[in-house]
Design a protein. Structure first.
Length: 151
């Protein structure tokens, strides 16, 4: 876990149906030891949600993908559940995916579609880059977005 001085905690209630929080990566070089933790509050356990990984990087980012480990700890639990993801950021025929402003690219990549939260309360979500390059250069921000599925 990252030292306390590098840990960013955010709490938010999903009253609008959307939560998004992005954390600035120090020096635009994501150390594998830097694991942003985001806290969000879910009260509606009857709805479905889509969970996205959000990344902002420069045009100089060296890879067409990113490997991350994402963990979530449910209210009342002491242990977190983790999963690894290989996320595509560009393709040979389209180039960088997502939206751009000058040389900065932002992308929301779906991690968990149609997720149902079983308990009301605070969910602790952390993300860690697990690429071979450490630190991972040219990453500006990383975060999560949780959207209530409209039915």
């Amino acid at each position: 876990m990252a030292p306390a001085c590098c840990l960013f905690l955010v709490a938010c209630t999903l009253t609008t149906g959307v939560f998004e929080k992005n954390v600035a990566i120090p020096g635009h070089q994501w150390q594998s030891s830097f694991q942003p933790e985001l806290v969000f509050n879910i009260q509606d356990t009857t709805s479905l949600y889509n969970i996205y990984f959000v990344i902002r990087h420069t045009d100089a980012y060296h890879f067409n993908n990113i490997w991350i480990s994402a963990s979530v700890r449910q209210p009342g639990d002491t242990a977190a559940l983790s999963q690894k993801y290989d996320l595509t950021l560009s393709s040979n025929d389209k180039g960088w995916l997502g939206s751009a402003m000058d040389d900065i690219w932002e992308q929301r990549v779906l991690l968990q579609p149609l997720t149902k939260f079983s308990r009301a309360g605070d969910y602790h979500f952390s993300i860690r880059q697990i690429m071979r390059e450490d630190p991972l250069k040219e990453v500006l921000n990383a975060g999560i977005r949780v959207e209530k599925v409209r039915q």
